[in-house]
Design a protein around this ligand. Structure first.
Ligand code: B12
Length: 316
């Protein structure tokens, strides 16, 4: 990414915003995150300036800064000119928006993990949100990044400790996004968890964020939860849907029984969604039990928005 040193006066001239407003938007709303020199002077990148210009346009056209301050650059462009992204959903290099793409972030993240550099990994993830929507950060950066970490662990290039460090940072990052996305006006509650024996919880966090995007109130219960607990939480919160994430099936038979038990414990009118990395035979068995298997977050999103449970044969 091209980065130049910009004095705040210069940024003010470029954006038409007063220095006071730029500082306020930075401190109060975290609308931009300029880097700092060792003497704490701000270094605004060209992308920071572009964000401020787009934010100014959004505010001038009636949006509240608190609402738009942390939108991705992509979303801000759409807000300023909805036609533009309709024509080109991915910002291209020609649009001048992304001097850096998803693969660059994956590479940078992997570099950070290899060196146990938690700060760099955090910054990489935060910065990626400036360029991409949450969904693209999850599916285009986090999933491939952790896939790479998993492969490196299998071949012995990285240690279990690297994988744990990466998971811990990403868990905190996704948890923060979920907190920010809390949808107080949302009507229906969706319970999200991973069942007993399932310790992979990052996919479940992604599912909770998707439920929030779909206008539901996600209640995220974390990982490794017995069916009885998930069902009790659903009753207590009058939930209208439950979604479970299944990633890594070391004991397929136990997992199958756990899912069957959960389906039986939940009232029949409550939709039970499942997704993740389970093998085809388990997916088929779950569909037979009345769980709605979702291949992707998008399928799940569509199902929640339409409240139309997917039939297995629709999801190819
Ligand atoms: C991080 C990780 C861990 C961390 C998990 C930390 C945490 N807090 O989650 C730790 C170190 C604990 C771990 C443990 C183990 N792991 Co592990 N792990 C991974 C790794 C590297 C990344 C998984 C991940 O989080 N990806 C990012 C998330 C966002 O992606 P995701 O979970 O796939 O979710 C996406 C989709 O699947 C989907 N999705 C997920 N759930 C749902 C649900 C719904 C409803 C919907 C719609 C969509 C959906 O949405 C997400 C976004 O697209 C993978 C490698 C890989 N290639 O996936 C191995 C991997 C999953 N682990 C594996 C294994 C074997 C294990 C262990 C058994 C190792 C061991 N011997 O102890 C244990 C199992 C623990 C247990 N009992 O569950 C295997 C699984 C193989 C298999 N098919 O069975 C993998 C594939 C590694 C490998 N190549 O062998 N692991």
């Amino acid at each position: 990414m091209e980065t130049k040193t910009h004095e705040i006066q210069y940024v003010s001239r470029c954006t038409g915003l007063s220095p006071h407003r730029i500082r306020a938007w930075e401190r109060r709303y975290m609308a931009v995150m300029p880097a700092r020199t060792t003497s704490r002077r701000r270094i605004f990148s060209d992308l920071d300036i572009q964000r401020l210009q787009l934010l100014r346009r959004a505010v001038e056209s009636g949006h509240r800064i608190a609402k738009v301050a942390r939108l991705s650059l992509e979303d801000l462009v759409e807000l300023a000119d909805p036609q533009r992204l309709a024509v080109s959903p991915r910002p291209s290099r020609a649009s001048g928006l992304d001097a850096i793409d998803e693969e660059d972030y994956v590479r940078l993240g992997f570099h950070a993990i290899t060196g146990f550099d938690t700060r760099l990994l955090e910054r990489t993830l935060q910065q990626s949100l400036v360029h991409f929507s949450r969904r693209r950060v999850i599916e285009g950066i986090i999933v491939p990044l952790l896939g790479k970490v998993g492969d490196a662990w299998v071949t012995g290039t990285l240690r279990i400790a690297h994988e744990h460090m990466a998971s811990a940072v990403i868990q905190t990052f996704l948890g923060g996004l979920l907190r920010d996305a809390e949808n107080r006006e949302a009507g229906d509650t969706a319970i999200i968890a991973t069942p007993s024996g399932q310790r992979h919880d990052l996919g479940a966090l992604a599912v909770a964020l998707t439920a929030s995007d779909a206008g539901w109130q996600p209640l995220y219960l974390g990982s490794n939860l017995p069916a009885e607990e998930i069902a009790a939480a659903a009753v207590y919160n009058c939930a209208r849907a439950v979604a479970i994430s299944l990633v890594g099936t070391t004991n397929g038979e136990q997992l199958r029984r756990e899912c069957l038990n959960l389906r039986r414990l939940l009232s029949a009118d409550l939709s039970l969604y499942a997704g993740g990395q389970a093998p085809p035979e388990l997916r088929f068995a779950l569909s037979e039990m009345g769980l709605h298997w979702c291949e992707t977050l998008e399928t799940f999103h569509v199902a929640l928005v339409g409240e139309i449970p997917m039939r297995p044969e629709q999801e190819t």
